[in-house]
Each structure stands twice: as C-alpha cells, then as structure tokens.
Design a binder for this molecule. Structure first.
Ligand code: ADP
Ligand code: ZN
Length: 730
C-alpha cells in the first residue's frame, strides 16, 4: 500500500445498486480516511449500500456537497489485481460496475450485523443414545469435516429436524461454535509424495512446475486422452504453487465431479481444499470468501464464479475440461470463465493450465498462433489404449419407432455381460421422451412460456420444460382436439432407454445416471462408486457420464444417437459433436482391457462422424479452422449477439428492426450486423427473444462500437437489451 492509495478526504466508491451506474461516485472519507479497495457502507438515496473504494475523488469537485462514507467494513480490502480484473471484465462484457461488484461479493453478506449465528461441527463427545437420525448427522459431518453449517443448513443437508442436532450438543458429540467466517481451513501439505509418475507424465509435470515456478503469466494447454493422468500431473503444478505460498484455483465444469476430486486432493495433500459452487451453503461461502481474501484458503476448487473470489496471491488457475460449454455464463454477466481465467492470471503473474482431451477450437488456434504453450500426454496411463471405434449403420437395422437399441448393439452388450464386463449406453437427453404427440391431430405439447416442447419425465410422472424448468401434469386428453388416449411419446430419453434395456436384458443389473435423478450429490457419488466397484452390468447415462469418472471394468460404449448434435445450423455443432463423442468413447477400456465404442448413426458418411471414427484430430481441427476462417467467425473474427427481449413480440421486433437500420456506429469501424432473427431459444419464460449478430475483424474495437450503437437508441419501455460478446452459438 503506497501513499497514493490513502484517501484522507474524499474517495470514489463503486456502489452495489440495481441501477446500471457505469462509474464510481464521490464520497467524503470517514474520520481517519480510507484506502484503496476498502469495503465500505455508503448512503445512496434513502438506503445504505455496500461499496468499494475505487480511487481518489476527482479534482475540482466540491467535496462539501458529497455525502460521507458511513463506515469501513472489517474485512481485507479488495486486492488491486481484483479491482483491475473487475474493471476489465466489465468493459469486455459491457457490464456496468455495480453488476461486476455484485459478482465479486456474492454470498459474503458483508452488511449483515456482526453475525451471532452459530455453526455446528463434529465434536469428540460420546453420543448419548444412537438413533438413526443421530448416526446420519455424524456420518454427514464426517464426510465433510471442513465445511461450516448453520443449524438450519445442517438439518436440511442431512434431512433431519433441527431438534435432533440441538439434542446432540450437550454431550459434545456436536460442537456449537461462533464466527464461522473466521474458521481456518486445514493446511494442505505440498511436500507429501504423489503417485509415482510414468516418464511421460513426469516430464510434463516438470514442465508445468516450471511454468508455475517462473511466477509470471503463461497459459498452457494440457492435452491428453481421458485417463492419461492429466489430473495427476496438474496436481504437481498445484503442489509447486502451494509450496511457493501462493493460492491455486481449480475450475471444474460440473459439481457432480467435485466430490471425487476432493478425495484426490485429500489423498495428495492431506486434506480437502475450499469449495465454491451452487451446492455450498451460504455460511460456507461466506467463510470461503473471507478466507480466500485473508489468504487462509490455499486452494479453491469451484465452478466458474470462483474466479471472482478476492485472491490475495494467486499463482495458478487450472481450467479442467476447458472445452466445456458450461464455462460460459448465460445469464446476468455473460462471461466465459475459461477466457477470463487467462485475463485474471495475466493480472497476477499467474500460470494457467487448460486441461482437456478434446480442446476447444479457440484454444487449439491460440496454440497454433503461439499464444499458448502445449503439452501432450500421448497415451493412457498404464497399459490401457484408446477404444476401437465403429459406426452401426441404422439404415440397415429394422427397428420400430419405439425401439432404439440395434441388434448389433444388443449382441455386443450380451458379449460383455457374459465376460463379466460393463457396458455404457449413452444418450444425451434427460427424461423419457423429448416429444409428446397426439396421434389423432398431430398436436405436440409445448411449454406455455417458452418456445420449447415439454419433455415427459416418467419417474416424476410429469412433463417438464428444459428451458424454464416448469412442469405440468401429463394429460390424458389432447389439449388441442380433446380426443382421449391418443397422446404418445416420440423419440428416446434416458428413462425410455432404461425401459428398453430392462426388456432386452431382463437379468442385467442396470444403473441410470442422469443429473435429475439424484436428490443429492451424495446419492450420485454412491451410485458412481457402485458402478466403479463393478456392481453393475449396464450403465445408462446422459452427458453426466461423459465427464471424468473412472469405471475400470467398462469396456463397451454404445452411443444411441450419434447424429443428435449434428442437426441445426449452428457453426459450432461439428466441434461439439466431435468433442462429446470422443469424451464418451473415452469411458471405455480404462484399465488393462481394450474398449470398443459403437456409434449408432443414420449418416455414417457425414464428415464429422467419419472424423470421429478415424480419430484424426489434427485433420479435424484443421478443416474446422479453415471453415471458420473463411466465414470470418471466432476464433478468427469477433462476434457479438444482441438480444432484445420483452413480453410483446411486436415491440421486440420493432426495436430490433430499428437497430438493424441504424448501424452507423458499426459501419464506421467496419463491423456488420446480421438479422434480426429469432434467438436460438425464441421464447423463454414468456419473453420473446430476437437476436442480431454482429461480426467484425479481429482488430476492430468492437465493444466501443457496440456501446455507441446501443447508446444512440431509445428502446420501447418493456424491451430489454443484452449484449453477448463471443456467443456460444452462431
Ligand atoms: P485424466 O485426468 O487425464 O482423465 P487421471 O489423472 O484422472 O486422468 O488418471 C486416470 C486414472 O489413472 C486415475 O485413477 C489415476 O489415479 C490413475 N493414474 C494416473 N497416473 C497414475 C500414476 N502415475 N500412478 C498411479 N495411478 C495413476
Ligand atoms: Zn418453459
């Protein structure tokens, strides 16, 4: 902290408000002054709001007219690199400062009165009377020894009444403690020995350690097939980072993967790291936020928003499964956590590792351009090899419209069952059937509020909209023609596939893995453990299984519909399908048994299907890159989506037309607008959505042109404008 960061009289404060303020406001400093990054409470209109000291008040301003900062909060100030980060992400995504500040202070409850809330942890006292409920409380706490719960949160987590927990306090079986935010995390020990690495792994680990040890910014693609030991190897880079006393962040795309990952960290470093994602309680999140800010948390594993924690001393960010589309935040601040990781690291002199078996085209292109380094783990760890891949031509199979598993696939599964090995049947669709149609009039049941058909979920006995989550009862009469008993499911979902499996393999032990079938992360973990132990003959799964789990006895993968992702006009469809198919196929044959992947397809000569079968990755990327370069789209050109939405389609369309006619601000820089056209999802939650796409050369200052364009327009009252830089689909 220098003299310049101390403001005795007045300061600019970024405030947390719902108004889209684009600049900090002037306030008088409190007695004793304030410092850059201080979290403060300030008056704003009739309210008091959270703020952060963002800089010195501008000269010539009459301070006597400003209101005073009410008080400085008792937490570590926001680190300078974090302030810079928020500013840059804000200008990149065209997000006003208050929304950025909200992203950076999610969950801490900084303005809560000094918390008297107590937390409940595992004690050492003898349990007075062992009831089932009490045993469950102990078991749950043993599983998460370093998480903090309030009474209510713990009761909900375990599924018992609060009285059960209260009743365990007097004996000391449960401890009641104050001040959860100050609870330290146990120290991870980077000097413990990891697994003995193979030569290939060791040389990659050494290179990664060197990137971290250099203490300056760099980004490295860590590419290796599933099971090659990427996790093992990047944990070495984490060890280096921890040994330096710097903080490490590991981003995972899927919460379902965290529990397995936590166990691996514990095995490697002696205890579990801090966790940050939607499954973590508010109390715990407050603690993580504070401990990251004070340096008391050495390592965080989390979802994309963990990027906005106030790291004091960040040395490494790992983005695991970096190609995963869920790294793009699609609501609120529209940012891509993978890309913003690179920015965050560059501001802290930290290293980035992007790990994937199937990198995104963006990352591949950045390697080609020399911006990122690349390290490869060529083969699977140990004797395992990549599976043999074959297409099953569905045009020659005589399947009825209600059956989806071909005879060839049935035979292959039976062969595995006889050998005592496991098979995975993969279908990228939750629920029973994607469409419910009336066989009398052809009507298809759709969501009332979205441009989407309702998906039948037979386990729930309801129809569900996968856009907004709305459910309704399954009707027996057609809502359109009122004829009874003619509604029928069309197409397969994971639940329907399970039905067919039960019919075709009556004696097999079957497990269904779909994100909506598990009430808790624990139930899912138990199921995954059962499968890993070999207690299952057939696993039926959605894309939940495509990611990161190790099933050593699984030797066959059958993809029910390999063509699913290839429909539609999205330019990223080929890339997505290629990645997903390779990921899924990678589930087969992880131990000493060679696996087979069978792809059911109606278009075996489609170039993408052929590339998947040939396993010619570099060829695929090259062809894909050529196509995108020609089209001038990312990663070779810049793109933004302008989404206009509102309850009235007429208003929305008029606003979009108005924008399309007034593109001078874009023309000046040589950017072009296309559309308007219905957005990829044309109606969500009752709001109509129309999209314009803007395309520009790499060198064009697109954000400035977009702001000018949008600022020059007066939109109708109920029409909302949202700008999506680097949209996921185009
Ligand atoms: P990836 O992240 O590339 O999918 P993992 O790091 O998860 O690969 O490794 C796959 C499996 O192989 C894991 O169960 C891991 O523990 C094991 N493994 C990898 N490398 C080694 C090693 N050097 N020694 C022992 N087991 C290893
Ligand atoms: Zn809906």
């Amino acid at each position: 902290m220098t003299q310049d960061d101390y403001f005795p009289q007045g300061a600019l404060v970024a405030v947390l408000t719902t108004e889209p303020l684009d600049r900090p406001l002037d306030y008088k400093s409190p007695g004793g002054g304030c410092r850059l990054g201080d979290f403060v409470q300030v008056p704003l209109g009739p309210r008091k709001v959270l703020g952060c000291v963002w800089g010195q008040g501008k000269g010539g301003f009459d301070l006597s007219k400003a209101r005073s900062i009410s008080n400085i909060l008792d937490v570590a100030p926001m680190p300078p690199a974090m302030m810079e980060f928020l500013g840059k992400v804000g200008s990149y995504t065209l997000t006003p400062m208050p929304a950025m500040l909200r992203l950076a202070t999610r969950a801490p409850g900084l303005l809560d009165p000094p918390s008297m809330r107590k937390i409940y942890r595992l004690g050492t006292g003898e349990m007075p009377r062992e009831t089932d409920a009490r045993k469950r409380v102990i078991a749950a706490l043993k599983e998460t020894p370093n998480l903090a719960f309030t009474l209510k949160e713990l009761a909900e987590h375990v599924g018992v009444g609060t009285a059960v927990i209260k009743g365990m306090v007097p004996s000391g079986a449960i401890l009641e403690q104050d001040s959860p935010r100050d609870l330290e995390f146990p120290r991870l020990d980077p000097s413990r020995d990891g697994k003995v690495l193979s030569d290939a792994q060791a040389s990659v680990a050494t290179a990664l350690r060197a990137e971290v040890a250099a203490e300056r910014y760099s980004t490295t693609l860590l590419k290796g097939v599933t099971g090659s030991g990427k996790t093992e190897v990047y944990l070495e880079a984490v060890a280096e980072c921890l040994a330096q006393g710097r903080q490490a962040l590991v981003l995972l795309p899927e919460i379902a993967l965290t529990s397995e990952f936590l166990d691996r960290v514990e095995e490697r470093f002696g205890c579990k790291p801090a966790e940050w994602h939607s499954g973590v309680t508010m109390t715990e999140r407050r603690r993580v936020w504070k401990m990251v800010g004070s340096g008391g948390a050495q390592m965080v594993i989390g979802a994309r928003s963990a990027l906005f924690l106030p790291y004091q001393n960040l040395g490494l960010i790992v983005v695991d499964e970096e190609h995963d589309t869920s790294y793009k935040q699609e609501e609120g601040v529209l940012y891509n956590a993978r890309d913003m990781s690179v920015l965050r690291a560059s501001l802290s002199g930290a290293a980035v590792i992007l790990a994937s078996a199937t990198p995104s085209l963006e990352t591949w292109a950045n390697v080609q351009a020399g911006k990122y380094k690349r390290l490869d783990l060529e083969s699977r760890f140990g004797p395992a090899v990549m599976p043999e891949m074959r297409a099953l031509d569905m045009r020659t199979e005589k399947l009825s419209a209600t059956r989806f598993i071909s005879d060839q696939l049935v035979a292959a599964v039976n062969e595995r069952i006889e050998k005592g090995e496991q098979s995975l049947l993969f279908i990228n669709r939750r629920g029973y059937a994607p469409v419910t149609i009336c066989r009398a009039c052809g009507f298809q049941i759709a969501c009332d509020d979205c441009d989407a058909r309702m998906v039948e979920h037979r386990f729930l006995n309801r129809l569900m909209c996968h856009q907004c989550g709305e459910t309704k009862e399954m009707p027996t009469i057609c809502p359109s023609c009122q004829v009874e008993g003619r509604l029928a499911p069309v197409g397969p979902g994971v639940e329907r596939l399970a039905e067919e499996v039960a019919e075709k393999f009556p004696d097999a032990k079957v497990a269904v893995l779909s994100s909506d079938l598990f009430g808790s992360a624990r139930a899912l973990k138990e199921q995954i453990q059962l499968i890993a132990n070999g207690d299952t003959d057939i696993v039926i799964g959605t894309q939940l299984v495509a990611k990161g789990h190790n099933f050593p006895n699984l030797t066959l993968v059958g993809v029910i519909d390999a063509d699913l992702g290839l429909q539609g006009s999205d330019l990223r469809a080929a890339e997505r399908t290629f990645q997903l198919m390779r990921q899924v196929a990678g589930r087969a044959g992880r131990a000493e048994k060679r696996g087979t992947a069978l792809l059911q397809t109606y278009q075996p000569e489609h170039p993408v299907i052929r590339a998947i079968l040939a396993g010619d990755e570099e060829g695929f990327w090259q062809a894909e890159a050529d196509e995108r370069r020609l089209a001038g789209v990312p990663p070779f050109g810049r793109m933004a989506g302008i989404i206009l939405s509102g309850p009235d389609l007429g208003d929305v369309t008029r606003a979009a037309d108005l924008m399309a006619r007034n593109t001078q601000a874009l023309q000046r820089v040589g950017a072009m607008a296309f559309g308007p056209a219905p957005a990829p999802i044309a109606r969500v939650r009752g709001k109509h959505r129309v999209r314009l796409l803007v395309k520009a050369d790499k060198a064009v200052p697109l954000q400035a042109a977009l702001s000018q364009w949008a600022a020059g327009l007066r939109l109708p009252k109920h029409v909302k404008l949202q700008i999506d830089i680097d949209p996921q689909s185009f």
